[in-house]
Write a protein that binds this ligand. Sequence first.
Ligand code: SF4
Length: 184
Amino acid sequence: MKNILLHVCCAPDGTVPLIELVSERNNVIGFFYGNNIHPYEEFLKRKEAALRLAELMNVKFIINNYEPELWINSTREYASEPERGKRCLLCFKIQLESSAEAALKLNCQFLSTTLTISPHKDPGLINSIGKEVASRYGLIWVEKIWRKNSGFQRSVHLSREIGLYRQTYCGCIYSFRGDELSDE
Ligand code: SF4
């Protein structure tokens, strides 16, 4: 049995990875970073959805303290980058570093992320950032491409079935247009 800290970028994306890792008999702890999420009301919706998923899956789940200024300050130089540009790569790195810190505190030797379930993100890049971060923290990276085998479609179906909140934008202030706050 592996102790895996799973970085969960949002509850819907966490469904398939959590089911698979738990069914492989791993001891999984979910971790939601959240400092990239804007505004606070949106953070609360995503937090609530993550905790609901954790309860349904009967897994421990850690929600990071909401300190958005840390993320804003770290990514400021890439404010004008388009989505999928340099800011997003830095954003993944920041989220995974925070997850690695949590893994060490929680006695997890393995680290993974749900980010590779997204059809909008490059799984190769995410896994290479994850490997680099994990090795820097003395952890083992669990390399997965969750969107394989219709993983994304299954996650959409599952989260609708469960009634999980599904966001309509990636999360940060730069991806937020202001008309997205209503639930689907
Ligand atoms: S668009 Fe998404 S991945 Fe890119 S910086 Fe914003 S929150 Fe992070």
